[in-house]
Design a protein around this ligand. Sequence first.
Ligand code: ZN
Length: 410
Amino acid sequence: MSKAMPEVNGHLCSLDAWDTFSLVKSDLGIKINLNFNAWDFTCDNLVGVASALFARLGLIQHLKISEREFMLFVKAVEAGYLSNPYHSFHHAVDVCVVIFFTLIDLGLGARLSTKDILALMLAGLCHDIGHPGVNNMYQVNAKTELAEAFNGVSVLENYSCQLTKNILEKHRLLRNSEPDVEECVMEYILATDMAFHFSKVEELNQLLLEWPQEGQVPRKSRRQLCGTILHAADISNAVRPWPLCKAWSDMVINEFFQQGDLERRNDLPVSPNMDRGCSSQAQIALDFDAYIITPFFEALASLFPDSKVFLQHLHSNRKRWTVLNRKLSALPSPLLPIRRVSFSAGTVIIPDSFREDTKSSPNNSLPRGARHRRRPNSLRRDGCPTDKVRPFSFIARIPSTDSLEHPVLS
Ligand SMILES: [Zn+2]
């Protein structure tokens, strides 16, 4: 399916985890970059891909264990993921690929220690393990056992931490590592809760002020950067080349609507963006871009200019979503004062200050977090209105997924 590696892809079905491991480890045929399409691979292949990324980063060597032992650990992690439309092992490995790209191609790894990178990659691999395909809001509203177990706080992230801890201990993966590696893995997984998104943007802006241009980076800042990289990779669908951006969005929407259906069947309030009768995929994507993705990735680009590559994809994808939105949304968007919105990684509550900020500054279409030093002006030239407040909107006429272009998965 991948156009980038037809000669390899033609044989993928006959490749096992070891074959794939060898190809990726040797950087032969399977390219690890933003065009990487996890859906070209079986779960077994992806065990090999993920293991090879760790090998290329010197992490298996750092763990002082054999490649076979490490691959058995990854296999156990894979078995812990459910086959949800979006929150699957494919998503986990995709996140690891984006982390790898950020560390190597964008050079962020040069400012981190091997131990930092180990914790970051482990967190990326395990961050959604056990995800049941319905989000934290559902867990709390449905009063599930998981919500009860974790007192309704970061329910799925705490659950993933618990499962990760069990697998790490069962495989004694960190027996030769420093004791705080596991603590960092847990910290980074917990930070993937979208409830922390806005504090992450603030943190990133703070890092911008404190980040040393050269020399050693303080430990606290390195940990913050690791949390930031994982969060960036976790929400990176919107900043990938369009075919991947669209395909992952289709999967998110599919999972959302399944949750909405379940909520309706169980007489629960249907979560924002999850009612298949009155949600627009393109509008969700545009809102996500404007309020979540753009401020975050602009802040990242201010700190690490090479990460502007994400913004270039974002800009191009926004044009595509705008065209789709115009085509598919016959009805005008009602201006609803909604504070809770759902995105792939969870539900976000838009802070009042964030919204007030947009209201009081008519010349700024983007929230406060988006306005910081060195923002490229070109980012404002999109299809979205730039001179008025545009609250999140949930509009009618969702197209059937079949009618949409599906360039990657077809
Ligand atoms: Zn995730």
